[in-house]
Design a protein around this ligand. Structure first.
Ligand SMILES: Nc1ncnc2c1ncn2[C@@H]1O[C@H](COP(=O)(O)OP(=O)(O)O)[C@@H](O)[C@H]1O
Ligand SMILES: [Mg+2]
Length: 271
């Protein structure tokens, strides 16, 4: 098998927040690479720095120390984003990364379709191809055409989050970042959104997702455990092979084995 290509590499990354006289070292000297095609999952206790790490990796925020280097496109063009100002970071994000958060952050004064179009228009030159692509993606996440022009508040929570996922990938980002994307959903919608992320990953979309549930983490092929701002360890699980509880899953034996490896790993991490 080909060795994996890095999309981004982090060197000696630290993040410190200063409140009045107190300094809080949230990320401490992290070194990490994220690889193309991977579904990378970041786990760890609440307050361990997962969101802070995700924001730094994605260029939503700058590190206090250290470098973040992206390798984008066919040419693997090297770009070090850690020194970028806000404007350059915003341009870089628009070109190369997508996001999904726990809250969908859709704009309530625009239709579902327009929420996606607004993000896409910044990158797509041709409106017709953008509409076609948005429609194709909305269909793939089972948002019926009659709902495309509804406002977010007229859609269910699950539908809203599916629209947010489409918005996250409309510009075919190098990597899709997701911070607890199912944290506000019921179990049916959780399953649904996780299936969508798995499908996107099957089609080659690189994903980095923060989660605190095993159910979501199982979708990843690489699980990184963060404790107190440092990476404790990681595990290579191999690709998702379906629900381990599903009797009709032809890969159930492998799925069970995978599940128990993840569980053991997390127990070893003191989770
Ligand atoms: N903007 C900020 N200003 C000050 N402290 C922050 C800020 N963002 C996060 N923190 C602190 O950093 C720590 C880690 O937060 P976070 O990355 O959100 O953890 P997690 O996502 O793992 O729960 C917490 O103690 C939090 O209070
Ligand atoms: Mg968080």
């Amino acid at each position: 098998m080909d060795s994996k290509k890095a999309i981004l590499s982090v060197k000696d990354l630290s993040k410190t927040f200063s409140n009045e006289s107190v300094q809080q070292h949230v990320l401490k000297n992290l070194n990490l690479s994220i690889y193309k095609g991977d579904f990378t999952v970041i786990m760890g206790n609440s307050g361990s720095g997962k969101s802070t790490l995700l924001y730094a990796l994605s260029g939503m925020d700058r590190p206090s120390l250290g470098t973040i280097t992206y390798y984008t496109g066919e040419e693997q063009t090297e770009t070090e984003i850690s020194g970028f100002n806000n404007d350059r970071l915003a341009i870089f994000r628009k070109e190369h990364v997508g996001f999904v958060f726990q809250q969908n952050y859709l704009n309530d004064s625009m239709s579902a379709l327009d929420n996606i179009m607004v993000c896409g228009l910044l990158k797509w030159k041709d409106r017709k191809s953008l509409v076609d692509r948005a429609g194709e993606l909305l269909k793939s996440v089972e948002i019926d055409e009659r709902d495309w022009n509804k406002f977010p508040t007229q859609l269910s929570g699950g539908q809203q989050q599916r629209v947010a996922v489409v918005r996250g990938v409309i510009n075919s980002p190098e990597v899709l970042f997701a911070d607890e994307p199912t944290g506000a959903l019921n179990s049916q919608n959780t399953e649904n959104v996780l299936d969508i992320l798995s499908n996107l990953n099957d089609e080659g979309q690189s994903i980095v997702m923060v989660t605190h549930t095993i159910k979501a983490a199982e979708r990843g092929n690489r699980i990184i455990y963060l404790a107190d701002g440092v990476i404790s360890d990681e595990i290579d699980l191999g690709p998702y092979v379906g629900d381990y509880k599903d009797e009709s899953n032809p890969n159930q034996t492998e799925a069970k084995e995978r599940h128990s490896r993840l569980k053991t790993f997390l127990q070893d991490m003191g989770w």
